[in-house]
Write a protein that binds this ligand. Structure first.
Ligand code: CTP
Ligand code: MG
Length: 228
């Protein structure tokens, strides 16, 4: 089983509002992208070798060399390609560069502190035969559906809802078929495209540390919570 991890890292990080793209923003002096790739390459079962064979990063077009140099300086082998203008396009460009793979993970650079056990658990579930696997957490807050004017139109049953993290793991042919079938769809996540093909999606428990760093609040939390 060759396992290739795609890392969409080409976003600008508008909501974070730093002067560099989000993947290059440091936590404890180390760019988020480096934390994320290190986590992928250190994922392993007890006593076994690493479960991710190769990493393909989609970097901001303006910062491909910077991303490449940061990973090389950290001693992390990864192929770095230029990303696109949407996350979907970045994933597609990384997938095109992935070469032979039987299992593909898609893992946001912004989820830089995902515990390696979660990565290993996703790979294990796909290896065991699930065509698509996503880590999820229960929803802590009550969620309302509202109309365009902000009036409440419904209250979904929270027990049926999950928030989705990454890495999302797929049999490589399934993810390739999803991207070939829905080439321009930026309205959903990778598992959403796969779901539309009618492929079953398995959930496994996620982890609070797999939070997506989106805002300056998240960045401040990461600085205090996670090792450098
Ligand atoms: N991403 C990407 N290419 C894009 C947009 C996003 O590879 N054109 C990546 C981001 O780098 C990030 C992941 O997709 O690792 C999740 O996206 P998000 O958290 O929304 O990051 P940004 O798009 O950078 O942030 P914002 O939406 O606040 O601008
Ligand atoms: Mg975004």
């Amino acid at each position: 089983m060759s396992v290739v991890a795609l890392v969409p890292a080409a976003g600008r990080g508008e909501r974070l509002g730093e002067s560099v793209p989000k993947a290059l923003v440091p936590v404890r002096g180390v760019p988020l992208l480096v934390h994320a790739v290190r986590g992928l390459l250190s994922a392993r079962g007890r006593g076994s070798t690493g479960c991710v064979w190769r990493v393909v990063v989609a970097a901001p077009v303006s910062d491909v060399d910077t991303a490449r140099n940061a990973l090389a300086a950290a001693g992390l082998p990864a192929l770095v390609v230029a990303g696109g203008s949407s996350r979907t396009e970045s994933v597609r460009l990384a997938l095109d560069a992935a070469g032979d793979a039987t299992i593909v993970l898609v893992h946001d650079a912004a989820r830089a502190f995902t515990p390696p056990e979660i990565i290993y658990n996703v790979v294990s579930a796909v290896t065991a035969g699930a065509p698509a696997v996503i880590p999820v957490l229960p929803v802590a807050d009550t969620v309302k559906r509202v109309d365009a004017s902000g009036m409440v139109v419904g209250t979904p049953d929270r027990s049926e809802l999950r928030v989705v993290q990454t890495p999302q793991g797929f049999a490589a042919d399934v993810l390739r078929r999803a991207y070939a079938t829905y080439p321009d769809d930026s309205t959903t996540d990778d598992a959403g495209l796969v779901e539309r093909l009618g492929v079953p999606i398995t959930t496994i428990p996620g982890h609070p540390f797999a939070m997506k760093i989106t805002t300056s609040f998240d960045l401040a939390l990461a600085e205090t919570m996670f090792p450098g």
